[in-house]
Design a protein around this ligand. Structure first.
Ligand code: PEP
Ligand code: MG
Length: 575
């Protein structure tokens, strides 16, 4: 049956392929088809694994009795035992093996997903949060099945035209998928500027989030058309639609090829003003795309991705190597390394209980200041790499003067420790701050006195100004970059920085959205940082823009408080 689903497009383009239903990435296992005579054996393996886990839980329970947190821990283990005994898990997994002739690992992950979806629908938020326990129990069973603890899931080996269909994925999950080849990516949950969406976008494939129940409605191997521009998924399309989309896909490929011609062209407006077009990256390997798209620097290296998907922290030497790889490949062009922005939706320990409002909690610089040893290690590694190229340090989520002072003191301490050891670094390294909290935007003069440059994180600035969780699909429709409050704040930051002659850049998603290119130029912005794959499209827009005309309409937009007229003026600006 053919049907259509609507969500929020986060990465543009069209993909046509077959659905591949993902389970939680931490539970990815290989899928094998078994001969009928092996089914009983597989069911026995599953029984044995469940028995092993039951025994493990019993032993654990015995070992905590009388201990300091015996009641809490005991309750936690009871819950795990209940999950283990839930018929949805074991008996349904057995039926799954019999019906689908598959391995026990595969059957158990499929049943876990069914259970997770049921949990998602529970109204009581405490019970809903027990999803994590379901995952932990399943992980135990998988380890038992594989016969050893500390099991690391094998990589999925999908190739060709697979489209990843997931209920929800953390940024760390998506990062794992960077290693695998999918032609598109869709999820039920998530906002269009959530970090999950951002990593998905860096995969350079069409992607859509906030589809609500795609994971439930779509089956493995269904034919899918993903229209990332419109945020539309067409499931099992008829022949006519299929052909139309194939044509459109070819057209887009041609346009992409044409854009490659301006890769080395300087990004200059029609009236001769040069604009810096920088790239955002998450990992050193992203540098290939940066080169392919002719960026003139890295405006945002989200260094926290070096810290995800691992049990330990990256050492000073490991971080140094990563920063050096990037800086050397950029051959003297600026590389802006943001210190780790962990917390909120990017947690070191994905199973750890998070605060009720993690985006307002111990995140970014707040976490760095709370973990000075970890911060010191990172600062030393960045400083060491600064000797080999043109590095700037960028501090995320600053909101007050004491925070800036404390941060600068820690940078000085890291510099001094290197000096004492005779290790070279760039002693004039520039330190900048991300402006992504309204408090910072509204007290900019204080920030400009202490910092060498500013970078506007529009993703968070919009989230914090409009009080809209950027990861929550339920309020995704309220997330509005064109809200007058947002536009006025952005224009104010750019104009104040220009007046004070402090370099200012936009590195949030707005910088790569061509419907906003002229508006930001009109506000006075001259430095943009975005996904490498958006760069040539934005450059094309810059090359066709004439600043004196733009300024005038941008001013009119700023004066307007009516969403309809703002959008009408923006259309005029872009025509
Ligand atoms: C932003 O907030 O706009 C930004 C660039 O940082 P991140 O998206 O990583 O929070
Ligand atoms: Mg941010």
């Amino acid at each position: 049956m053919s049907f259509v689903l609507h969500g929020a497009g986060v990465s543009r383009g069209i993909a046509i392929g077959h659905a591949y239903l993902a389970s939680h990435a931490a539970l990815e296992v290989a899928h094998h088809i078994l001969p009928k005579n092996k089914v009983n054996n597989e069911i026995s393996r599953l029984d044995a694994a469940f028995a092993t886990v039951r025994e493990e839980l019993k032993l654990l329970h015995a070992s905590v009795i009388g201990g300091p947190a015996s009641a809490e821990f005991g309750a936690f283990l009871d819950l795990h035992r209940m999950i283990l005994d839930d018929p949805t898990l074991l008996s349904a997994a057995k039926t799954y093996i019999t019906q689908n002739l598959c391995n026990a690992e595969w059957a158990i992950t499929q049943q876990t997903d069914v259970l997770l979806i049921q949990f998602e629908e529970i109204e009581d938020s405490y019970l809903r949060e027990r999803k994590t326990d379901v995952i932990q129990v399943t992980e135990r069973v998988l380890k038992a099945l594989l016969g050893h603890p500390g099991y690391i899931p094998p990589p999925i080996t999908r190739t060709g035209d697979s489209i990843l269909v997931a209920h929800d994925l953390s940024p760390a999950d998506v990062l794992q998928y960077k290693k695998h080849r999918f032609t598109a990516f869709i999820t039920d949950l998530g906002g269009s500027t959530s970090h999950t969406a951002i990593v998905a976008q860096s995969l350079n494939i069409p992607s859509i989030v906030a589809l609500h129940n795609a994971r439930q409605l779509i089956h493995n191997n269904d034919v899918l058309i993903i229209d990332g521009d419109q945020g539309v998924v067409i499931v099992n399309p008829d022949k006519q639609i299929f052909t139309e989309y194939q044509l459109r896909q070819n057209q887009l490929e041609l346009e992409k090829k044409k854009l490659k011609r301006i890769r080395t062209t300087v990004a200059k407006t029609l009236d001769g003003v040069t604009i810096d077009l920088h790239a955002n990256i998450e990992l050193p390997q992203d540098i290939e795309q940066v080169k392919e798209n002719g960026a003139t620097g890295i405006g945002l290296f989200r260094s926290e991705f070096l810290f995800l998907n691992r049990d330990d922290l990256p050492s000073e030497d490991e971080q140094f190597e990563a920063y050096c790889t990037v800086v050397k490949r950029m051959s003297g062009l600026p590389v802006t390394i943001r210190t780790f922005d962990l917390g909120a939706d990017k947690n070191l320990d994905s199973n750890k209980r998070v605060a009720a409002n993690p985006a307002l909690g111990l995140r970014a610089i707040r976490l760095s200041l709370a973990e000075p040893k970890m911060f010191h290690t990172q600062l030393r590694s960045i400083l060491r790499a600064s000797f080999y190229g043109n590095i700037r340090i960028l501090i995320p989520m600053l909101s007050s003067v004491p925070e800036i002072n404390q941060t600068l003191r820690l940078v000085d301490r890291a510099k001094k420790s290197l000096l004492d050891e005779g290790i070279p670094f760039d002693s004039d390294i520039n330190i900048g701050g991300m402006i992504e909290v309204p408090a910072a935007a509204l007290s900019l003069d204080i920030f400009m006195k202490q910092l060498d440059f500013l970078s506007i994180g529009t993703n968070d600035l919009i989230q914090y100004t409009l009080a809209i969780d950027r990861t929550d699909d339920a309020v995704a429709h309220l997330y509005d970059p064109l809200h007058p409050a947002v536009l006025r704040l952005i224009a104010h930051i750019i104009q104040s920085a220009n007046y004070a002659e402090i370099p200012v850049e936009v590195c949030g998603e707005m910088a790569g959205d061509i419907s906003c290119t002229r508006l930001l130029l009109g506000f006075g912005l001259r430095q943009f940082s975005m996904f490498p794959t958006q760069l040539l499209t934005v450059k094309n827009q810059v090359l066709r823009s004439y600043l004196p005309d733009i300024r005038h309409i941008a001013e009119e937009i700023l004066k307007s408080d009516n969403p309809k007229s703002i959008r009408a003026l923006l259309t005029k600006l872009n025509s």
